[in-house]
Design a protein around this ligand. Structure first.
Ligand code: NDP
Length: 244
């Protein structure tokens, strides 16, 4: 890899699952990674492991629901590495429940993390990417960005929103800003642990019996990130082969 192929990539939600696997993969590819999440103990350990394996990584506490926290996260990349080539908007929560259960606090949490979090990432990084002459947003949606299933109305709505925001950003900023939407099917992670509704929890156990390793999604993200500046990979959907 030449020096110009080495990128600075910030990953939100890097303390577990897909974000953690993405951090490991991008660092193994030679990129400099900045990791953000609320559980900083995990990030600290991950940064140590990446460093011990010869990679370059640092972390900062991040709550994506807080615009100022996201700005500070992006500023850490800019001050530490001098630029931010790509932001992986990965942080997400999935407390599924039927609408009639009226778990309105969980609806709010999904909207705050999954939608506002992505918007905060764009707001924080877009001006810096424009100023440096280019950048790349990799937004993590879901197969739920294309189809709705029972107990998942609000979660799917947030992922439909991520898809719409990504396409709008792509259209408006084509030229110097690349936008990739990565939509995983069922993937091994801690995502289902946020489900408090008993019915939805049980249904998810069966649904999640067949799952991809998180590294499969990290591979898709790494593919998009590694493309030359004139190639914009717009959408990638990755499902377990056994999924209907
Ligand atoms: P995990 O639960 O393992 O990871 C979620 C990550 O998001 C954690 O690192 C968590 O860190 C972070 N996070 C949650 N809330 C916040 C917050 N307010 N601020 C910062 N970080 C936050 O799940 P996955 O790895 O599966 O999820 C990653 C993405 O993939 C999500 O967007 C999810 O919707 C999507 N996805 C996952 C699928 C799957 O089957 N696993 C399928 C389709 C899409 P912390 O708690 O430390 O802050």
């Amino acid at each position: 890899m030449t020096r110009t192929d080495i990128k600075t990539v910030a990953v939100t939600g890097a303390s577990s699952g897909i974000g953690e696997a993405t951090a490991r993969r991008l660092a193994a590819d030679g990129h400099r990674v900045l990791l953000g999440a609320r559980r900083t103990g995990r990030l600290e350990r991950l940064v140590e492991e990446i460093g011990a394996a010869g990679g370059t990584a640092t972390f900062r506490e991040l709550d994506v629901t807080d615009a100022a926290s996201m700005r500070a996260f992006v500023d850490t990349a800019l001050s530490g590495y001098g630029r931010l080539d790509a932001l992986v908007n990965n942080a997400g929560v999935m407390p599924l429940s039927p609408l009639e259960a009226l778990r309105t606090d969980e609806w709010d949490r999904m909207i705050d993390v999954n939608v506002r979090g992505v918007l905060h990432g764009i707001a924080a990084a877009l001006p810096a990417m424009r100023a440096q002459g280019g950048g790349h947003f990799v937004n993590i949606a879901s197969v739920g960005a294309y189809e709705v299933s029972p107990t998942a109305a609000v979660y799917c709505a947030t992922k439909f929103a991520v898809r719409a925001i990504s396409e709008g950003l792509r259209q408006e900023s084509a030229g110097d800003i690349r936008v990739t939407l990565v939509s995983p099917g069922v993937t091994e992670s801690e995502l289902a642990e946020s489900i408090s509704d008993p019915e939805a929890r049980l249904a998810m156990k069966t649904y999640r019996a067949v799952a991809l390793p998180a590294s499969a999604i990290a591979d898709a993200i790494a593919y998009a990130v590694s493309q030359p500046a004139d190639v914009d990979v717009n959408e990638i959907v990755v499902r377990p082969a056994a999924s209907a």
